[in-house]
Design a protein around this ligand. Structure first.
Ligand code: FES
Length: 64
């Protein structure tokens, strides 16, 4: 499913990017994928997906 319609970014893409690059913030995520730079409606969903994926990363769990 598309998270960001303006840039055609899917949840799958977002999850892959978060897993691979482990961005520390939404700003970092946005430097990796063009999400939320048009209408901004997808920001909340993008953040939720990023948080979900980060919770599942083993390193992140150890650091918390
Ligand atoms: S839906 Fe992502 S910027 Fe519009």
């Amino acid at each position: 499913m598309y998270v960001c319609l303006c840039n055609a970014v899917s949840d799958k893409t977002l999850r892959e990017v978060v897993r691979r690059y482990q961005p520390k913030s939404l700003q970092q995520l946005r430097q990796l994928v063009p999400v939320g730079n048009q209408c901004g409606k997808c920001i909340r969903d993008a953040r939720a997906i990023m948080d979900q994926e980060m919770q599942n990363l083993p390193l992140y769990k150890e650091a918390v």
